[in-house]
Design a protein around this ligand. Structure first.
Ligand code: FEO
Length: 399
């Protein structure tokens, strides 16, 4: 179970091949995941993070097979969310007096979730450190809102490992542990999906934090996140990617997302895709049925896009509930630097386009007036409006 990471640092986490969703059902898991915990055995023995609550008994039993639990001098809790703190309750029943080092907010979140149990918390701040023997120390870096107020990273000197917790992670099961052993396409895909769906709302904070970490001038030979592959080969590649992604990232891509009742709105979606390709053959075009496509995968495509075009028929003076829920998620993710347009069919009152435009504006998109609004089924007179919509969208300034 214990696997060497580097020197006297081992991985003691849980590879979650069966996980299908995360954050309830708000994040889809397509390629498994892991909760990474780490054991450092220098003159002091240190455990960094634990694993999710359902695996707590297995975690503690496995750890017992590796070391006498009473040899653990202290625990670092980089983050209080239960996928990393969930095994603390079982572990602390065995070693209740072991000090736990974490941020002040982590004390609040851990006690908030598991109750006040009299654990020996030691609050740390950015720049604080602890000696662990053999000339090595652990330095703490607070990472508030990346992605919880309690988040922090821990840096191990001499081995030069940054235990970054959620930052730089992926929901991706890699039994071989390291990025150089993982499928590079899947690794990048899952790292991006994680960034978009979990970290993008905090991108401005992340940008500042990356600069702050750079100023600390710590040599980084390995980045060991709390999910997915450990960045061993060229670890700074993911830091460089984060710097790009956090800076209002976009590619030459337009994403069309719609739901439909009787296929009319779907027909418009496909006609728009054809017209974009005709007008700009190099632009990547993606089309998604909102109610059928995975929302986290679609949002990752939206993130890559310079513009989106969203469609819904009119239902009860508004839009389909699938599209309304999707737009709420879109707003939460706080994308920057993107444009949008709307389309949809109607039979009576025809409010969907107006509602879509309003909600896209509220989500931070620069929305153009041009639209396609079709009474009953779309026909040539409706399709004739598509070139103007595409042209205006391409020319419009970004938000
Ligand atoms: Fe992986 Fe925010 O927990």
């Amino acid at each position: 179970m214990k696997r060497q990471v580097k020197g006297n640092v081992s991985w003691v986490g849980y590879i979650d091949w069966e996980l299908e969703s995360f954050h309830g059902d708000d994040y889809s898991i397509m390629n498994g995941s892991s909760q990474n915990a780490y054991l450092i055995e220098e003159e002091k023995t240190v455990l960094i993070d634990t694993v999710w609550l359902p695996h707590r008994f297995e975690f503690v039993e496995n750890l017992k097979k590796e070391i006498d639990l009473h040899k653990i001098d202290f625990i670092i809790a980089n983050h209080g969310e239960c996928d990393h703190s969930g095994s603390l309750t079982s572990l602390m029943e065995e070693i209740p007096d072991t000090p736990i080092y974490c941020t002040a907010n982590a004390v609040r979140s851990i006690e908030g979730q598991y109750g006040k149990r009299g654990w020996d918390f030691h609050v740390v701040k950015t720049g604080d450190s602890i000696e662990i023997g053999n000339g090595k120390k652990l330095i703490f870096v607070e990472m508030p809102m990346l992605h919880w107020p309690d988040s922090m990273a821990t840096y191990l000197t001499e081995d030069n490992i940054l235990f970054s917790n959620d930052a730089f992670g992926q929901h991706y099961a890699v039994e071989e542990l390291f990025n150089d052993k993982a499928n590079p396409c899947l690794l990048e895909k899952e790292a991006l999906k994680y960034f978009v769906n979990i970290l993008n709302p905090f991108a401005p904070i992340l940008k500042k934090k990356l600069t702050e970490i750079e100023k600390l001038d710590l040599p980084i030979e390995m980045i060991a996140p709390s999910h997915g592959a450990i960045w061993r080969e060229n670890p700074m590649q993911i830091v460089e990617k984060y710097a790009l992604w956090a800076d209002a990232y976009q590619e030459d891509q337009i994403t069309i997302a719609y739901d439909t009742m009787w296929e009319g709105t779907a027909k418009i979606a496909h006609k728009i895709a054809e017209e974009i390709h005709k007008a700009s053959p190099d632009t990547v075009v993606k089309v998604f049925h909102i109610a059928k496509a995975d929302k986290n995968e679609v949002m990752t495509e939206v993130f890559k896009s310079k513009a989106i075009i969203v469609g819904s028929p009119t239902v009860c003076n508004s839009i389909l509930s699938s599209v309304a829920g999707w737009l709420e998620f879109l707003k939460q993710l706080r994308f920057k630097n993107k444009k949008a347009a709307a389309f949809g069919c109607y039979g009576w009152s025809g409010e969907s386009v107006k509602v879509l435009q309003q909600k896209l504006g509220e989500a931070g998109f620069a929305v153009i007036d041009e639209n396609v609004k079709s009474l009953w089924n779309p026909g040539d007179e409706d399709y004739a409006n598509i070139p103007a919509l595409v042209c205006k969208l391409m020319e419009a300034p970004e938000a």
